[in-house]
Design a binder for this molecule. Structure first.
Ligand code: AMP
Ligand code: GLY
Length: 423
């Protein structure tokens, strides 16, 4: 099978690495790609924001299957363009991608199908939102409706902060994404990331993971795209997985099908495990980054037939097998991230990959033969171990061999699981 992978982050490097191991693969292309992905795939020079250009490439190269990594091309209808042209594609239609593209859309699906989530209201102007917030009190959560690169959410611990977040959304800092605001009840508990492959009617649960969103040790400081992750997430016991499937995932899949927008691809549920059980914080319509990196390290099965089954409505006929070992990834980011940071700083040296440790590239480029950091999140140092603690030790030992002066990382990725393992 000839496959084209869309994306250029650590998530796509992990997907490329895993797809490249498939005996069913005949050629792997990637766009835009990065230097890590280039070790696994042929980098194709395509403007991935231009759906017709992607389609023309697929026709020219006789691509059988397209795997879309990030949400932006999905929300922009890339999967529709390809599917309408008869090309198999892993990823939802633009209509189904609203599960990530519009928080209000998802909240309405939850209300309609009785899916547990925080109580909420949608607003298109500031004053009614503020009145609702004053009536509810803090803590409370304010969200820009649309895609805001992970920055559109304020978990307000005080009324002033909540009212300020409403003003900031409607002031236009998030552009069109902030034209509508969702105000939501604060949920208290432990977070987990839960992933399912979906083919429109069937959902196949993948392994769980836990992400560390805050930039600083001890889960402090501003939110980021994720500073590290590990799998499995101990809070996702088999019972919690079964409840999540029954109470959240299955009603969503059947609800989307009933409303004429069947969901295919990977459904990523951000969950809060509260005293009442699993509640939905949000959906994403793609793999988590960096959660995907730990899932790919743990996946024993061939990835390609799993993704292809999701794309072609045959998920009921496949299963996924996982290594019992834990995986943990630490993100190395450019100093200053998630604020401003210097670009093109040299990465002098990376540790060799071993069977237990691997560095995935997220924001890197080659400039005149020198590997440089071009993004905020730059490298994902990922390792396996018999426990999360063991995986953590191996990951940090590899990370300490990275020679990159402008990089930083958290030193406590996995702390909740490590504490549980000590207990
Ligand atoms: P989101 O972009 O929706 O994933 O939100 C970013 C982060 O904000 C989440 O990972 C949570 O840590 C937090 N968050 C979002 N919604 C809530 C909520 N209703 N209650 C508590 N924390 C939340
Ligand atoms: N790591 C969280 C995300 O990918 O949205």
């Amino acid at each position: 099978m000839k496959v084209l992978l869309i994306g250029s982050g650590g998530r796509e490097h992990a997907l490329a690495w895993k797809l490249a191991q498939s005996p069913r693969l005949t050629a792997l292309y990637a766009a835009p790609g990065n230097p890590g992905i280039a070790e696994e795939a042929i980098i194709a020079d395509i403007d991935t924001a231009d759906n017709d250009a992607v389609l023309a490439f697929c026709r020219g190269q006789a691509i059988d299957f397209v795997v879309v990594g990030p949400e932006a091309p999905l929300v922009a209808g890339l999967a529709d363009t390809l599917r309408n042209a008869g090309i198999a594609v892993f990823g939802p239609s633009a209509a189904a991608a609203q599960l990530e593209g519009s928080k209000g859309f998802t909240k309405d699906i939850c209300a309609k199908y009785n899916i547990p989530t925080g109580a909420y209201q949608r607003f298109t102007s500031a004053e009614p939102a503020k009145a609702y917030i004053r009536a509810q009190g803090a803590p409370i959560v304010i969200k820009a409706d649309g895609l805001a690169a992970g920055k559109g959410v304020t978990v307000a611990m005080s009324l002033d902060e909540a009212l300020g977040a409403v003003d900031s959304c409607f002031s236009g800092v998030f552009g069109a994404a902030g034209a509508e605001v969702v105000v939501e009840a604060y949920l208290d508990g432990e977070e987990a990331s839960f992933f399912c492959l979906c083919d429109g009617k069937t959902a196949l649960a993948l392994a769980s993971a836990q992400d560390h969103k805050r930039v600083g040790d001890g889960d402090t400081g501003p939110n980021t795209g994720g500073m590290g992750a590990y799998s499995p997430a101990p809070v996702m016991t088999p019972e919690m997985v079964a409840r999540t499937m029954r109470e959240i995932i299955e009603p969503t899949i059947s609800g989307m099908a009933d409303s004429g927008h069947p969901f295919t691809g990977v459904l990523f549920a951000g969950l809060m495990i509260t005293a009442k059980g699993p509640e939905l914080i949000e959906y994403n319509v793609r793999f988590g980054d960096p959660e995907c990196q730990v899932l790919m390290m743990r996946l024993k099965s061939d990835l390609l037939p799993l993704l292809y089954a999701a794309a072609t409505g045959t998920l009921a006929s496949v299963t996924a097998e996982w290594r019992d070992d834990a995986a943990l990834t630490v993100v190395m980011a450019s100093k200053g991230y998630p604020g401003t940071y210097e670009k093109n700083t040299p990465i002098a040296s990376l540790p060799e990959s071993t069977t237990e440790a691997k560095v995935f590239h997220a924001g890197t480029a080659l400039k005149n033969g020198q590997l440089v950091a071009t993004g905020g999140r730059v490298l994902n140092v990922t390792a396996m171990g018999s426990t999360v603690s063991a995986a953590k030790d191996t990951a940090y030992a590899a990370l300490d061999r990275v020679e990159w002066d402008n990089g930083f990382c958290r030193r406590d990725i996995g702390w909740q699981a490590v504490e549980r393992e000590k207990a």
